[in-house]
Ligand binder design. Structure first.
Ligand SMILES: [Zn+2]
Length: 460
């Protein structure tokens, strides 16, 4: 069995308890950084021990390869159901592309459990096909944001939601890096953008307003000021905008590249490698670098595309918040060049999820508790002082919220100290391995700690 962090066990138990009380289709809500793949792998291998089959369904080709890689790394034997892969129907765990599996239902053994990764992508139509094929299966979905584009809930698929930890908790526990969010004034005219039927802005129109040298120039200036030299991903609205942005970064002496779905595989792999080593600092793309796109950790993101999709926003804004084992002090920088924070709030705001669809209120925008500092453009929770640069808002007295923020900061410090002490006390490889497993650190971290602590690695 896998070594799960305590909160991961709670989520897995939660799903089992739902099944026991007669709920057949439940969805686990967990932010990125919660270790979703490990949770899914654990459920699948537990099912395997009981002699049950698991169908693990993903929505993108990249996720097939990545999930398969993770399962193999965890020592979980599995088959793959996707175009270009030979079938291994006798494997108890199958990693499947939704598009392929609905066409091959006769060639796949009926699963006891279906796990749906990135469950917010499941559409009624594909789901129905899967359901008709395997009506007796128990279903667990996983997602950070249980809502579809346009705000529809997932109530047509799932009967209940299991709430995992919040992004705030993961930051406090050290599973996600803390962040600084900057929302400088937006020079592009983004008012009155057309919203298309599927729920997001017309990206052609967005690109027309964003793809201008003075606006891209602002972004470069902000990068140089707020995250100089950082490895950053820049999210654009169109390929042309993305290309122009990369070009202007290069002109400013910052190594940058654009990549998209048509970039040759070899060129893409080279770009990924160069980004990893730091030869490339800024990678520009439209939406290529999203769920399941395997890329080295980064320190910053630049949001150069406004979006109405909370899912897309959270995904892109939080991309830089993955922990860097080589740099436990990492603070991610989010440069929001399009005012997305005014549309959706801060990435780690606590959100109330429901299976119901959000009703569209005419013209009334929900109030987002937010302040943007006039001095540093840092976006933060309301309070008399800017949390990023310490600017004091005129006319606002020291109030209780600040005191409470102080207490919270103290608790966070204590928790961080505890985590540091745990590392400090570790005297052997096994303990370090356990810590690494619990916190999602990479093997490189263990090596480094052994080196620092003079712990011999031993024979195995
Ligand atoms: Zn400030």
């Amino acid at each position: 069995m896998l070594q799960l962090r305590p909160y991961q066990e709670i989520m897995v138990d939660g799903a089992r308890m739902e099944f026991q009380r007669g709920i057949r289709r439940t969805c686990i809500v967990a932010p990125c950084g919660a270790g979703k793949t490990v949770i899914m792998a654990d459920m699948a291998s537990k099912a395997r021990v009981m002699g049950n089959r698991t169908l693990f369904v993903v929505h993108r080709q990249e996720l097939i390869r990545q999930s398969s890689k993770t399962f193999s790394r965890l020592g979980i034997s599995h088959g793959i159901v996707a175009a270009d892969y030979p079938m291994m129907p006798d494997e108890y765990i199958q990693v499947a592309s939704i598009q392929t599996v609905v066409r091959r239902v006769n060639r796949v053994h009926a699963p006891t459990i279906i796990i749906i990764d990135e469950a917010h992508h499941s559409t009624a139509a594909t789901w129905r096909k899967l359901m008709e094929a395997y009506p007796d299966a128990f279903v667990v979905g996983l997602t950070a944001t249980p809502a579809r584009m346009g705000g529809q809930g997932l109530g047509d698929i799932f009967e209940s939601l299991i709430m995992g930890p919040t992004a705030k908790q993961l930051i406090a526990w050290g599973n996600l890096a803390p962040y600084k969010y900057f929302a400088p004034p937006v020079r592009a005219d983004l008012a009155d953008l057309k919203v298309l039927r599927y729920g997001d802005y017309d990206q052609k129109e967005v690109a027309m307003r964003m793809d201008r040298s003075e606006i891209i120039g602002d972004q470069i200036e902000q990068y140089q000021k707020l995250a100089p030299g950082a490895k950053a991903i820049c999210y654009c609205a169109s390929i042309a905008q993305s290309q122009h942005t990369a070009e202007m970064f290069r002109q400013a002496g910052i190594p940058a590249l654009h990549i998209d779905g048509d970039t040759h595989r070899v060129a893409r792999e080279a770009a990924t490698e160069d980004f990893k080593t730091g030869r490339i600092r800024v990678l520009c793309n439209v939406d290529l670098i999203s769920e399941g796109y395997d890329i080295a950790d980064m320190d910053a993101v630049i949001l150069a595309r406004p979006t109405q999709s909370l899912t897309l926003y959270i995904q892109q804004a939080m991309r830089a918040m993955r922990q860097d084992p080589d740099n436990p002090e990492k603070v991610a920088v989010i440069i929001d060049a399009v005012g997305n924070v005014y549309r959706h709030g801060l990435p780690d705001d606590d959100r109330e999820w429901s299976l119901e669809s959000k009703k569209k209120k005419s013209g009334v925008k929900p109030e987002i508790p937010l302040k943007v500092c006039p001095q540093c453009y840092g976006a933060h929770k309301p309070g008399p002082v800017c949390e990023i640069c310490g600017y004091r808002y005129p006319g606002e007295e020291r109030a209780e919220p600040e005191q409470r923020a102080g207490e919270l900061a103290e608790i966070l410090e204590l928790e961080k100290k505890r985590l540091r002490q745990e590392i400090g006390r570790a005297r052997d490889v096994v303990t370090l391995e356990q810590i690494a497993m619990q916190r999602g650190y990479r093997p490189g971290w263990i090596l480094k700690q052994c080196e620092l602590k003079n712990i011999p690695l031993g024979g195995s």
